[in-house]
Write a protein that binds this ligand. Structure first.
Ligand code: ADP
Ligand code: MG
Length: 667
């Protein structure tokens, strides 16, 4: 009969300082299907070393090793892990169960590394648990069970993958004699069913109870004799060993391990580790939201003024400069300019011109301090103003230079306060104001306009609530002194849309170039452009925020790395067990990477939620619109994922490269 395991010239040597320890030397052994091999020998004779080699957990220093005719010498780590998972079931003296998993999860663990779906593997685990007399203790955890029960679980775990060979290293060493007998009976039953069993024992009563007894001494086989037990008739063929399943942990299992081990196992310390990520992510998102919110607020305000507004402002030269410009042929900004612009630029929708004058303004009840403006054209529309009461100037007012006035809401309030003090209840409309000593009738009152003066400084717009408007013609003919000053201070143009701003800007320049004989005695101001410039300077702040937050995220990443390294050291035994039941190095690497990524992604999500809460509360409080940038949210989550990945690689690598034998010996 062909042997199931064939070893020849097998050596395992250790260097202890300068001395060579030959734990196994020149071992030749053929294990046949159906054998129940009892390995005996004094402590330190090499029994465990042999078991680890047979179980493909350790690599021999020299020698041949074949399993079912396949040579294991020089095989890759992944191949050895797969062979181990497929052909070998381990039972240890220390049971070596995972304390965080319940009975069923422990039994089913080998199938996790075969990629068997959770439902199927749990069904099989339950069947085995019942068969091995574990009753219905499916959800119990190892801490709640007795030694005999733990060893039954371990045997069930060794059996679930339907292996040909069961390796048991002193399986009854930690059990009382009654329980030992029960466990031995299970092993005998398995042997009767055809499983090949190799068992190490210290118990002289058990030594002869196998089909063969192999005695080790100082790393050599000194005796190989038949035992009292008869070999079973049938033997397990390679059945079920290949399952048709792919080898490797499924993503859902990885995620489950990540959440259980990475997040839930040590909640407090994990949370503290996450703080760096939480703070980093939430500050990036919150700061960017504030910055976007204030930009939007400014943009809204500019839109309220008219986003497609162009102002042409006279430079208001004085003395020699003024004379020079006049001599050079420019009359300054004038109503004629407005007409030329209107005629020459089809993009202009509305237009107005304005001239300010310093005049003493008095109501019969007291003095006022408005800014007096002579206006003509679509002044209200262009400046996004509207009337609360009364009317705007009409053609007659301009043509007849009528002495009429429209007052801003702040001025109206001022007069109303004066009146209220005197218990005067007469209406404001129709009241008379004295401008420079001449009576003007109030024909209209402007609606109040919400203004944020700080924000508007950059856009050179002043508060229209404090204005007093009179017809431009009245100002020019009845109040202005004839001098060299330009006829109007500003021309306001409202274009059809924002896009035509640049195009119109060029046309305006070329028209005014002609009417002003090439003299640049005016400025062109586009409030929207000023706003854009201002927003550009905010970029710097944004970049600074991103830098500081990145530092926080990196610090968070280092925290994760630190905690993962500690975790690897703490969980050496777990790593050894997982490797022993067939996990590859890559499986372990993936598991630990998934754990660190779970921490960082959760931190990122917490950060996003925290930022959301902060932004919504703070924006309510300081009156900013709530704006979240979706791309930034995505970037933040990707950044936190990458942090877990990058800072998890080193600990995961460390975990994957732990020697499973050392990990299992470190009890
Ligand atoms: P047994 O299981 O028969 O008691 P082992 O196989 O555990 O014996 O050990 C055999 C010999 O190999 C012992 O002398 C032991 O000290 C030595 N040995 C085992 N593992 C190591 C190791 N990692 N480094 C050095 N020596 C080791
Ligand atoms: Mg031992």
């Amino acid at each position: 009969m062909e042997s199931i395991i064939h070893i020849d010239g097998l050596k395992r040597h250790y260097m202890m300082g300068d001395t060579l320890v030959a734990a196994l030397d020149d071992v030749k052994l053929d294990v046949n299907p159906g054998d129940f091999l009892m390995i005996v020998g004094s402590s330190g004779s090499g029994k465990s070393t042999l078991m680890h080699l047979l179980g493909l957990l350790d690599v021999p220093t020299a020698g041949i090793m074949e399993i079912r005719g396949q040579s294991m010498t020089g095989s890759s780590e992944a191949k050895l892990s797969w062979m181990r998972n497929k052909h070998i079931g381990f039972v240890f003296q220390q049971f070596n169960l995972l304390n965080d998993l319940n009975v069923i999860e422990n039994i089913a663990l080998p199938l996790v590394y075969r990629g068997v779906p959770r439902k199927i593997r749990h069904e099989r685990a339950k069947e085995l648990a019942v068969k091995l007399g574990l009753g219905k203790r499916f959800r119990h955890h190892p801490k709640e069970l007795s030694g005999g029960q733990l060893q039954r679980i371990a045997i069930a775990r060794a059996l679930i993958g339907n292996p040909d060979i069961i390796l048991a290293d002193e399986p009854t060493g930690n059990l009382d004699s009654a329980t030992s007998r029960e466990i031995m009976q299970i092993l005998y039953d398995l042997n009767d069913q055809g499983h090949t069993i190799i068992m190490v024992t210290h118990d002289p009563k058990l030594a002869d109870m196998g089909t063969r007894k192999v005695t080790l001494l100082d790393g050599h086989i000194v005796e190989d004799v038949p035992g009292k037990r008869k070999k079973p008739e049938k033997t397990v063929e390679e059945e079920g060993a290949n399952d048709g399943q792919r080898h490797g942990v499924g993503v859902s299992d990885l995620v489950r391990i990540g959440i259980n081990e990475g997040l839930l196992a040590h909640q407090m310390r994990t949370f503290l580790t996450m703080l760096g990520i939480i703070i980093g992510i939430s500050s990036v998102i919150a700061m960017s939201s504030f910055s976007l919110g204030s930009k939007q607020k400014q943009a809204d305000q500019i839109r309220a003024l008219g986003a497609n507004l162009v102002k042409i402002v006279d430079k208001q030269f004085e003395n020699e400069r003024l004379v020079e410009t006049r001599v050079a042929g420019s009359l300054g900004l004038s109503r004629a300019d407005l007409n030329s612009l209107r005629g020459g630029i089809p993009d202009i929708e509305k237009a107005a011109c304005v001239r300010e004058i310093k005049l003493n303004v008095v109501h019969s009840l007291g003095g006022l301090s408005p800014r007096v403006l002579g206006v003509q054209g679509d002044y209200l529309e262009v400046n996004n103003l509207s009337l609360a009461e009364g009317r705007f100037f009409d053609g007659k007012d301009w043509a007849g230079s009528s002495r009429t006035a429209i007052i801003g809401s702040a001025i109206a309030k001022q007069i109303r306060t004066l009146k209220a003090d005197r218990n005067d209840t007469s209406p404001l409309l129709g009241d008379t104001l004295l401008l420079g000593g001449n009576p003007y009738v109030i024909v209209g009152i402007l609606k109040e306009k919400a203004m944020d003066l700080d924000e508007l400084e950059a856009t050179s717009v002043s508060d229209p609530n404090r204005d007093l408007l009179i017809p431009l013609e009245t100002l020019l003919t009845r109040t202005a002194h004839l001098d060299l000053r330009s006829e109007v201070d500003e021309i306001h143009l409202q274009l059809k849309n924002e896009d035509s701003l640049t195009r119109a800007g060029k046309s305006i320049r070329s028209i005014l170039d002609v009417t002003h004989s090439g003299v640049m005695d005016y400025d062109m101001v586009i409030p929207m452009d000023l706003l854009k410039q201002k927003q550009q300077s905010q970029h710097l702040l944004d970049i600074l925020t991103i830098c500081i937050s990145s530092i926080s995220i990196v610090v968070g990443g280092i925290g994760i790395m630190n905690i993962m390294l500690a975790s690897v050291t703490e969980r050496i035994r777990e790593i050894g067990i997982r490797r022993a039941i067939g996990a590859t190095k890559m499986d372990i690497m993936r598991q630990f990477l998934m754990e660190s990524m779970t921490i960082s992604i959760t931190g990122g999500l917490f950060g996003v939620v925290l930022a959301g809460i902060v932004v919504i509360c703070v924006c309510q409080f300081i009156g900013l619109p709530v704006v979240f940038s979706l791309p930034l949210l995505c970037i933040a989550l990707v950044a936190s994922t990458l942090t877990g990945l990058v800072f998890g690689i080193y600990p995961a690598y460390q975990a994957a490269n732990k020697n499973p034998v050392d990990a299992l010996r470190s009890e």
